[in-house]
Design a protein around this ligand. Structure first.
Ligand SMILES: NC(=O)c1ccc[n+]([C@@H]2O[C@H](COP(=O)([O-])OP(=O)(O)OC[C@H]3O[C@@H](n4cnc5c(N)ncnc54)[C@H](OP(=O)(O)O)[C@@H]3O)[C@@H](O)[C@H]2O)c1
Length: 347
């Protein structure tokens, strides 16, 4: 394994069809690093906007895209004590953020620093989260815990934690929403999910057990519907994936004192509502989410792997360039429900 296949994007916004394939040396581990053999990775909406344009944070030129790696440790640096060859592990999204709020946007894999669309990565041992080898989760499901899983966990447990019996509302049926749905259902919450598609809503009800489904296209005032479902109480937690275009509806249906996790930026407001006045009226918390520190990922892994929860992976693609482009195209089409993954080592 002296050489490996690596994919690179020439620059931010160049377009995913400009991804190029390289044959490069497998990195040597430094004293405090481990060499991770990557079995699977996943695509996030972030990877699409890094490739196509619209990502607001720094991205290095010629970046190795993608942030989420699951694999086995092949080698450990001489100063690494708590990990060994053969251990199962995932990467942490930000390689420097061990605890607390994210300090900046300069250390996220697959953006400001090289990511994981390759066979091997040398990574600080402190940025590794160990996976119990008894896990029944696939490598793709494990990789999905890195960005999507930690984000959903952060939204539910990063501030005032979710309690059984509370109501959680998810916008859309993408990776973050369906993973959050899995976590919230398992924790005893009542769940409401929205989608632009009745077909997708049927699927999330049947496959993932969403309690209530609302089509946000045919029901533009979906907040009123959520208020009816909750008998006027509102949702205790909201996964705000739309951003400025949906925040007014979210505040309209959040419970008094509830929490809105501002996660995504999928819809832009033509005219921004007076968020300060609306929030003041509701006495709610509006909290920006930046994926999450390693400590949150560790808590998530303990919960999900301890219960072998079925992380919602929808489709796996191969590690050939054509397949990778297909994976990007599929995510871009919005046809997915759950996670879109790439198997680097064929399962
Ligand atoms: N802040 C963070 O730390 C963080 C971390 C991860 C992701 N994110 C962000 O969170 C968002 C979701 O990420 P993801 O990975 O889950 O994306 P994804 O898998 O691509 O899912 C996107 C889904 O969102 C739904 N959607 C699109 N426009 C919508 C709108 N106006 N209202 C409600 N739902 C809408 C669609 O669902 P339907 O087809 O069912 O309508 C779409 O399939 C993205 O903006 C991403 O950048 C942020």
């Amino acid at each position: 394994m002296a050489q490996q296949t690596v994919f690179r994007l020439p620059s931010k916004g160049a377009g995913y069809d400009k991804l190029s394939e390289h044959w490069e040396a497998v990195p040597k581990v430094q004293a405090h690093e481990v060499l991770l053999k990557i079995h699977a990775t996943t695509l996030n909406y972030r990877d699409l906007v890094i490739a196509n344009g619209g990502y607001p944070f720094p991205v290095k030129d010629n970046v190795v895209p993608l942030s989420d790696a699951a694999g086995t440790i092949e080698e450990v640096g001489e100063a690494v004590q708590d990990l060994k060859k053969g251990d199962w592990a995932i990467s942490n999204f930000d390689v420097t953020n061990l605890y607390g709020p994210q300090p900046n946007w300069l250390n996220g894999l697959g953006g400001p620093i090289d990511g994981v669309l390759r066979q091997y990565i040398a990574i600080p041992a402190t940025a590794i989260v160990k996976i119990p080898s008894s896990t029944k989760l696939s490598w793709s499901q494990l990789a999905s815990l890195v960005c999507t899983g930690t984000t959903a966990w952060n939204a539910l447990y990063g501030n005032l934690p979710l309690k059984p019996g509370q109501t959680v509302l998810f916008q859309g049926t993408g990776g973050v929403s369906t993973t959050g749905l899995m976590l919230a259902k398992d924790a005893g919450a009542k769940t409401i999910i929205t989608s632009s598609s009745d077909e997708k809503l049927k699927m999330v009800r049947e496959k993932y057990g969403a309690d209530y489904c609302v089509n946000y296209k045919s029901t533009p005032d979906w907040a009123a519907k959520v208020n009816r479902i909750t008998e006027g109480h509102g949702a205790d937690f909201i996964f705000e994936n739309g951003g400025s275009g949906t925040i007014a509806q979210s505040i309209a249906c959040v419970a008094r004192g509830g929490q809105i996790a501002v996660i995504g930026f999928l819809s832009q407001a033509k005219e921004m509502p007076d968020v300060a006045a609306l929030v003041l009226d509701k006495g709610c918390i509006v909290r920006g989410i930046n994926v999450g520190a390693k400590q949150l990922t560790e808590d998530l892994v303990k919960y999900v792997c301890g219960k072998d929860l079925s992380v919602p992976v929808e489709k796996n693609f191969g590690f050939e360039r054509g397949q990778i482009l297909e994976a990007f195209k599929y995510l871009e089409s919005g046809g997915h429900v759950g996670k879109v993954c790439i198997e680097i080592v064929k399962a």
